[in-house]
Each structure stands twice: as C-alpha cells, then as structure tokens.
Ligand binder design. Structure first.
Ligand SMILES: C[S@@+](CC[C@H](N)C(=O)[O-])C[C@H]1O[C@@H](n2cnc3c(N)ncnc32)[C@H](O)[C@@H]1O
Length: 187
C-alpha cells in the first residue's frame, strides 16, 4: 500500500518534471496491464522488451508471466526511474537500460523480441522522435511475435497500420483515463 502511494507520487513528480515525456499523471492500473499483456503470449516468450517502464507497472506483471530462463530488456529514459527499476526488480531475467527507445537496436544486437510491450506516450513526443521509435518497432520483433501498445486515444492506429500487417485493438475501461490497447503483428 505504501509502495503504491509512493509510486504514484514518484510518477507524478516525473510527470511534473517532463510532462510530454511521461504523458500520464498516474501509472497504468493493474487491470489495464493484465488486459494489455493478455493480447500477447508472454509465457511462451524467450525475450520480451519493455519500452517506457516508469515505476514498473508492466514490468511486475511481465515478470509474473515470464518463464524461468527467459529475458526481459526494459528501457526507461528517465535516470531516476531507471535506478528505481533496477533496485526494485532484483531478478536475473531483467536488464534495465537507461536509454531512449529509438536506440533499441543497439541493445538487442542480433536478437529479436517475441513480445514488445510499449507504454510510450507517442502522441505527446516530438514528431521526429515518435517516428524514429515507431520505425524501430517492426524490426525489433521476431517472426510471429507481437508488439502491444497502450495509448489514451486511437490517434496512433494509422501509424501502426503503416508498419504492421495486422493491428487488433480494444479499449480497457479499467484505467484512469480508459486506455486503447493495440496488438500489432507481421503476419
Ligand atoms: C506513460 S509512462 C508509462 C509508465 C509505465 N509503463 C506505466 O504504464 O505505468 C511513459 C514512460 O515512458 C518513458 N519514456 C518517454 N520517452 C521515452 C523514450 N524515448 N525511451 C524510453 N522511455 C521513454 C517515460 O519516462 C515514462 O516513464
């Protein structure tokens, strides 16, 4: 409970410092995280990538679903949040990287993710940065893999459709505000 309240305050602090970079005043709710991860097969994955981990709302649930021996690479651009994640998730499967999602390729090397989980605030990012990150996504996923994206509006849908052959979407009402969830694949 105390951790929950502290996380909300930390998250709000990060938002006040960098509103366009954080793009939300509250972490994603547990119910919305579950709805989002239900759109991909995390338990079957060898490698999951998380973009924009914040205080770890998705990280925690990804780890709960990830099998022993699989890996999670978590990118977070805010050094204070990255440090918090590193301290919080003392798990040999996780690698927390403090870097921008546009540089994902450098951290993947030859590997490809089976699942990419993105909570980046695309619509509030500077357009050039948004495009560079979106352009990285299709090549970061292994054949048959899924990229799941959470947003607060459907505005990103055309951009995702340009880059993936199949985009399923739904709304989860169990979040403040209600969120749009997208599952993108190259079929
Ligand atoms: C809306 S918050 C989501 C946080 C958390 N995943 C959640 O759902 O509660 C977006 C996060 O993305 C991070 N972020 C923004 N731009 C980024 C970038 N270019 N690369 C990596 N992380 C970024 C922000 O610092 C923030 O923690």
């Amino acid at each position: 409970m105390i951790e929950h309240v502290t996380d909300r305050l930390r998250f709000l602090g990060a938002f006040l410092a960098h509103p366009r970079q954080v793009g939300a005043v509250l972490p994603t709710s547990r119910a919305a995280v579950r709805d989002m991860l239900d759109m991909a097969d995390v338990p079957a994955a060898d490698l999951v990538v998380e973009l924009g981990a914040g205080t770890g709302a998705q990280t925690q649930e990804i780890l709960a679903r990830l099998r022993p021996g699989a890996r999670l690479i978590t990118l977070e651009i805010d050094p204070r949040l990255a440090k918090l994640l590193d301290e919080r998730f003392d798990d040999p499967r996780v690698q927390v990287v403090c870097d921008s999602a546009e540089n994902l390729g450098a951290h993947l090397g030859d590997a490809r993710a089976d699942v990419v989980v993105s909570a980046l605030p695309y619509t509030s990012l500077e357009p050039g940065l948004r495009r560079r990150i979106l352009d990285v996504l299709p090549g970061a996923v292994a054949p048959g893999g899924t990229t799941v994206v959470i947003q607060y509006s459907p505005l990103l849908l055309p951009e995702l459709r340009k880059r993936f052959t199949s985009v399923r979407w739904r709304v989860t009402p169990w979040n403040v505000p209600p969120a749009f969830l997208f599952a993108c694949r190259q079929d």
